[in-house]
Design a protein around this ligand. Structure first.
Ligand SMILES: [Zn+2]
Length: 402
C-alpha cells in the first residue's frame, strides 16, 4: 500500500531569505489574482474557461515582459503550480456532482503560500552538526531562496512528493509531503463501532466511550471575540491596528492547532481500537435542522456545550473524517459513512422509530417496549447497525462483532 503523509516544520529564514520568501509568495498571489481576473472576464464574455496550457503561456509572457518582469525574480515552478491550483478550483466550480464555490481573489497576509511541485528541486540536509561539531538545525534547499534552516520535531521518512511554504502568524512554515510503500496492514482488532456527534459529548461511541469537549476551547473563542471587538475600534491600517490584527491571527492559529490536537487524539484512539468505524455522513444531513436539538428542550448548560461541540466539530468534522479514514486505512481498518436520519429516534430492541422516544437530551426511552439507554449511545448503536447493514453480504466484514 502506498501512503502519503505531510509534516509541517517551522522555518528559520535569515532576514534576506525572509525577504525573498515574502516576494515569492507575493508573486504566486499576483499570478493567482491576475489569472483569476482573466478567467472571470473570459467567462463573463461567454468564452468559457481558458485551459491551463493557455494560462501557462500567459505566465511565460508576463515573466518576459517589462511590466511584470518582477515575476521572473521569483521561482517559476510555484507560479505554474498556482495556475494548476486555480485550474483545479475552476474545474471544481463546474463539477456536476459536487460543485464547489467560485475561487476568490487572494489577499496579502491571508493566503501567503506557494508550492514547489517538483521534488527534484528540493534538497534536505539533516546533518545534526556542522564541520566544527556544533549542533545545528537541519536545512532545506528551496530554489531561488537557498538553504533555509528549519525546526525538526519528527523524522521525515519516505520519498518527497512536494513542498509547500507558507506564512502564518508572523512565522514561516514548510510542509513536506512524503510518500512511502508499506505492507498491507491487518488491523489488530476485530471490533466495529458506531459514533454519534452528541450534544453533551464531542463524540459518543456505541460501546459507551465518550469524548468530552475541551473546556478551554470555549474560553479561547470568547477571548477571540473580545480581541476582534478591540480591532474594530482601532484606526484601520494604523500601527496599533496591525499589531492587534497580528495578535488575532496568532490566536486563530493556536485555536486551530488546539482543535487539530483534539481531533488527532480522538482519531488515533478510535482507529487503534476498532477495525470498522461507522459515522454519520453529513452530506446527506441538513445541519441547521438538527433533529436532536429540536426534540428536547435543552437547558442552558446543554446549549452552551452544544455551542462548544458545534464550534469544534462543525469546523473539524471533515478533518476528523479525513484523519480517521487514513489512520484506519493505514491500520488495516475502514471508515463507513451512513445517512444519520432518525438514528436518534429508533429503538434498537423493537425497531420502532418515534420522535417521542427521545423526550430529553440525555435519555432514550422507547414508548413501545420500554427499552431505555443513554441517548447518544443509542444513536451511536443505530449508526453502527446501519453501517453493518449497508455492508451486508460483504464477506470481509462478516467477522466483525458489533
Ligand atoms: Zn422499543
Amino acid at each position: 500500500m502506498l501512503i502519503r503523509k505531510a509534516a509541517r516544520y517551522r522555518l528559520e529564514p535569515l532576514a534576506e531569505q525572509e525577504h525573498l520568501l515574502s516576494r515569492a509568495v507575493g508573486c504566486a498571489r499576483f499570478v493567482w489574482n491576475r489569472a483569476l481576473a482573466i478567467q472571470k472576464s473570459s467567462l463573463d464574455h461567454g468564452c468559457g474557461l481558458l485551459s491551463y496550457g493557455d494560462m501557462a503561456k500567459c505566465l511565460t509572457t508576463w515573466r518576459n515582459s517589462e511590466a511584470f518582469g518582477f515575476l521572473a525574480e521569483s521561482p517559476s515552478q510555484p507560479q505554474q503550480q498556482t495556475l494548476r491550483f486555480l485550474d483545479r478550483a475552476l474545474q471544481d466550480v463546474f463539477d456536476k456532482k459536487n460543485p464547489k464555490r467560485f475561487p476568490v481573489f487572494k489577499k496579502k497576509g491571508r493566503h501567503d503560500s506557494m508550492r514547489y511541485p517538483d521534488p527534484g528541486q528540493i534538497k534536505i540536509d539533516l546533518k545534526p552538526e556542522d564541520d566544527d561539531g556544533r549542533s545545528v538545525l537541519p536545512k532545506i534547499f528551496l530554489p531561488r531562496i537557498g538553504w533555509v534552516k528549519f525546526r525538526k520535531s519528527r523524522l521525515i521518512g519516505g520519498e518527497i512528493r512536494n513542498v509547500t511554504v507558507s506564512r502564518s502568524g508572523g512565522h514561516w512554515y514548510v510542509a513536506i509531503q512524503i510518500e512511502k510503500e508499506i505492507a498491507d496492514p491487518v488491523h489488530p482488532s476485530a471490533s466495529a463501532v458506531g459514533g454519534d456527534r452528541g450534544v453533551a459529548n464531542l463524540l459518543t461511541l456505541s460501546d459507551g466511550t465518550m469524548f468530552l469537549p475541551v473546556p478551554s476551547y470555549r474560553d479561547r473563542q470568547k477571548r477571540l471575540a473580545k480581541e476582534q471587538k478591540k480591532l474594530a475600534h482601532k484606526v484601520k491600517f494604523s500601527a496599533n491596528w496591525r499589531k492587534q490584527k497580528a495578535k488575532i491571527t496568532r490566536w486563530h492559529q493556536k485555536t486551530a492547532d488546539m482543535r487539530k490536537t483534539v481531533l488527532h487524539q480522538i482519531s488515533t484512539a478510535i482507529s487503534q481500537n476498532h477495525a470498522v468505524v461507522v459515522l454519520e455522513d453529513l452530506k446527506v444531513r441538513n445541519m441547521t435542522a438538527s433533529a436532536r436539538g429540536t426534540i428536547a428542550h435543552p437547558g442552558r448548560q446543554v446549549r452552551q456545550k452544544a455551542g462548544l461541540n458545534k464550534a469544534i466539530l462543525d469546523q473539524g468534522w471533515s478533518t476528523l473524517l479525513r484523519l480517521l479514514e487514513y489512520k484506519l486505512r493505514w491500520a488495516g481498518g475502514m471508515l463507513l459513512l451512513v445517512d444519520p436520519a432518525y438514528t436518534s429516534q429508533i429503538c434498537p430492541v423493537c425497531g420502532v422509530a418515534d420522535a417521542e422516544n427521545r423526550k430529553t437530551q440525555a435519555v432514550f426511552l422507547c414508548r413501545h417496549c420500554g427499552h431505555t439507554d443513554n441517548a447518544d449511545v443509542n444513536a451511536a448503536r443505530n449508526i453502527l447497525a446501519r453501517g453493518l447493514q449497508s455492508t451486508a453480504g460483504h464477506a470481509g466484514l462478516a467477522c466483525f462483532a458489533a
